[in-house]
Design a protein around this ligand. Structure first.
Ligand code: SPQ
Length: 429
């Protein structure tokens, strides 16, 4: 698909969206199902391209995974059940798949090669390969161990005491998955709290893990047992409709079944700080991942500062927060977000370049961006640059644009939200 014409100049958004399964939790449900003992079932699994890449990699590692009536069944035989793949493991566009998989493969006594698409080929892997090598894995990769393709031969691991140089849930998770296979206790210190889905999964599958003053401790050689996982909706997907409802005048949107894990809810705090009309209704039922419904109505927004420990709690929402800031009164400053440079695209550069094409007043800084609102958005030709979150952000921007907007590379959106356009179109009135 070369380019599509987006809906522009809409009157208002009204209705309800049931948010599809969380991408981070879907990946982990397959991985933990594979390394646990017994049959794990997963409901509301996200059938996005990234999560399908995870399934395909684990099938190549010999794990039986079947999908029936919208439910996944994973026949886990423990870490020892994984076997040397005959083929290359292709992670597609998924950073989570490759980094977490390396943590698992580090402890397996066989050889694997990992590849991905062009975007994966530019994302730094040393942050994971270096500590895993320190634990005993043999890993090599292009450009001195930095980029795919990656060759890995796992084996006996010694535990590590590691201070993460960057706040990254993927690095933390890779080390926890390796730590589960090591002989002894692995400890990890995070510079700021990142999403804790891996820690919750370890507990959900009967394992033990502790956290005290930012120090995470996991014992090695634990036996995990199968579980029944219900994946809540992805707050990172909900974020596009939260912002759409906040900025398109006269809107009211209900978002059902949204994951409300506190390590992911930074976007809700920013909406509140900017003056959004947001209602959060938490589910009463106890689950290993909290969830609930959200109601957003349009309102007058004001600029804010997004920084520090809040950044890892909303890192993937920064493109859509930048758009929201173009419609808020005053200046919004986003800082401490250098990590955006190593996502599917350099998200500081792509957000700034694409929003400018639509008339926004936004400039890049070394660790974020400065946005001045309110801007009247105009039409233009924009591109996702192959980055799902940039594509969805631009589709929401177009709703307010006065003039045609053409989006190049819209197909990237299927990485995390295959039904995005059908859900959006149903809200447009
Ligand atoms: O999986 P991938 O490609 O890295 O996906 C992204 C996204 O926008 O969907 C990042 F580009 O989300 C990451 C997130 O940024 C998913 C993730 C996880 O599931 O553990 C953690 C974050 O990455 P990191 O590098 O901060 O650990």
């Amino acid at each position: 698909m070369a380019s599509i014409k987006l809906k522009t100049n809409v009157n208002k958004l009204k209705g309800e969206v049931v948010i599809p399964g969380d991408k981070s939790i879907s990946h982990r449900s397959v991985m933990f199902g594979a390394i646990a003992h017994g049959e794990t079932t997963v409901t509301n699994f996200l059938p996005g391209e990234d999560c399908l890449s995870t399934i395909s990699c684990f099938r190549k590692l010999g794990v039986k995974i079947v999908e029936e009536n919208g439910q996944l069944r994973i026949d886990g035989q423990g870490f020892e059940g994984l076997s040397e793949p005959d083929e290359t493991l292709d992670v597609g566009n998924s950073g989570t798949t490759i980094r977490l998989l390396m943590g698992i493969l580090a402890g397996r006594p066989f050889f694997s090669t990992l590849v991905g698409d062009q975007s994966i080929g530019k994302r730094p892997m040393t942050r994971v390969t270096e500590p895993l090598k320190q634990m005993g894995a043999v890993i090599d990769a292009r450009k001195n161990g930095t980029y795919t393709p990656i060759a890995i031969r796992g084996g006996r691991l010694t535990p590590i005491h590691y201070q993460l140089p960057v706040a990254s849930a993927q690095v933390k998770s890779a080390l926890l998955l390796a730590g589960l296979q090591a002989e002894g206790e692995t400890t990890i210190l995070e510079p700021a709290a990142t999403r804790d889905h891996t820690e919750r999964m370890i507990r959900q599958f009967g394992g033990e893990i502790h956290r005290k003053n930012g120090l995470i401790t996991v014992k090695g050689e634990q036996r995990l047992t199968a579980s029944a996982i219900h994946v809540p909706g992805d707050i990172s997907s909900a974020a596009f409709f939260l912002v759409a409802g906040a900025i398109v005048p006269g809107s009211e949107i209900v978002l059902k079944n949204v994951g409300l894990n506190p390590t992911r809810t930074g976007i809700l705090e920013v909406l509140e700080k900017m003056g959004a009309n947001l209602t959060v209704i938490k589910n009463e039922a106890d689950s290993f991942e909290p969830a609930g419904d959200l109601i957003i109505k349009s309102s007058n927004l004001k600029g804010t500062v997004v920084e520090g420990g809040l950044i890892p709690r909303l890192i993937d929402e920064i493109p859509i927060i930048a758009l929201m800031a173009t419609q808020a009164e005053g200046t919004t400053i986003i800082k401490d977000a250098e990590e955006l440079k190593v996502k599917e695209t350099n998200r500081i550069d792509t957000v700034v370049a694409e929003l400018r094409k639509l008339g926004a007043s936004i400039e890049a800084t070394p660790d974020g961006m400065i946005i001045t609102g309110r801007s009247k958005l105009k039409g233009g030709a924009v591109s996702s640059h192959g980055d799902h979150r940039i594509g969805m952000m631009l589709a929401i921007a177009a709703l307010l644009s006065d003039g045609g907007v053409h989006l190049e590379q819209p197909e990237s959106i299927a990485v995390s939200y295959p039904n995005f356009f059908s859900h959006l179109n149903r809200l447009i009135h």
